[in-house]
Write a protein of this length. Sequence first.
Length: 89
Amino acid sequence: MSLLTFILLFSIPLTVNLVSYLEMERIEIEFDRALYDASKVWQRRTTFSKSYQSFHQTLEVVETKNAIKVEGDQIEEKKLEILSVNWNE
């Protein structure tokens, strides 16, 4: 019985830390995906803002003339700044 208690004593904190880490990684992937989706349809507008619900948080995508920024409730913002564009027609 004491061996089982000892194993549980060390495995529970590790499991909680792993779940927390995986949740933060999932949020990071959602931000990356939102940034990727916005960059595919970016049209160099003066300013355009769109928000949508993703699992348990709201993501705000802000497009400007030279940048795309994704903001959320649980993590810092991510920003993609376009320094130059070569349009092929």
